[in-house]
Design a protein around this ligand. Structure first.
Ligand code: GRF
Length: 214
């Protein structure tokens, strides 16, 4: 199978990006693009000889102008897949429509629970016993796109936002490369009812559980 061209969008630490770069996927990461000039992940990407670019959202008068510049930067690489990895800007409907089916995101909760920010804080406040993360295709409904894969972790007595987020992050680093591998292998199918099927998957292969929950 031919290598897929991928562009990764980040805003900060870039640990998911790093997990993807390390995973030996059949991809060529054409560029890592950040909206934050100081994103730590940019240095990590450069250290691995991956090209980087910055499209600073503060330089644009509105969201549409920023999205147009971001789209131009992305499209110059003609990517098969755009991976949002801790990218903290909401994209316009036009941008999403233009890239639909090629736009993936990771969210640190078991969607549809806890969309938006501060998911670990909300999970602790709600007293849930199981928490986790979700890789999904991006649609114009924020954090509502078709789910590709989820992983669950237990919420343990005495957990803080930090301990819980670290436990979830370990799973993020596992399921994001997995979702990209399925995409590259041409195994992801979007059915007309908006659900993702993974061709040839074993039962529950797209519900990767942490061993602590099993
Ligand atoms: C991750 O928890 C991801 O799920 C969320 O933002 C965080 C980014 O972390 N969207 P990193 O930059 O990948 O380390």
């Amino acid at each position: 199978m031919a290598e897929k061209t991928v562009v990764i969008l980040i805003s900060g630490r870039g640990s998911n990006m790093e997990a993807i770069l390390r995973a030996q996927l059949p991809i060529r990461v054409a560029c890592v693009i950040s909206n934050e000039p100081d994103a730590r992940g940019l240095a990590t990407a450069r250290a691995q000889n991956v090209a980087t670019a910055v499209v600073p959202h503060r330089d644009f008068r509105d969201r549409a102008a920023f999205d147009a510049a971001l789209a131009a930067s992305i499209d110059s690489h003609q990517p098969d897949l755009i991976v949002l990895a801790g990218f903290m800007r909401i994209l316009t409907d036009g941008f999403i429509a233009r890239h639909e089916g090629r736009l993936m995101n990771i969210h640190p909760s078991l969607l549809p629970a806890f969309p938006g920010l501060h998911t670990h804080r909300h999970a602790l406040a709600a007293g849930v016993r199981i928490h986790g993360c979700t890789v999904h295709f991006v649609t114009s409904a924020v954090d509502r796109g078709p789910i590709i894969v989820q992983a669950a972790v237990p919420v343990l007595p005495g957990d803080s936002e930090e301990t819980l987020s670290a436990r979830v992050l370990r799973e993020e680093h596992r399921i994001y490369p997995q979702a990209i591998r399925w995409f590259c292998d041409g195994r992801l199918r979007l059915s007309p009812d908006g659900k993702v099927a993974i061709e040839g998957a074993r039962a529950n292969e797209n519900a990767l559980r942490s061993s602590a929950v099993e």
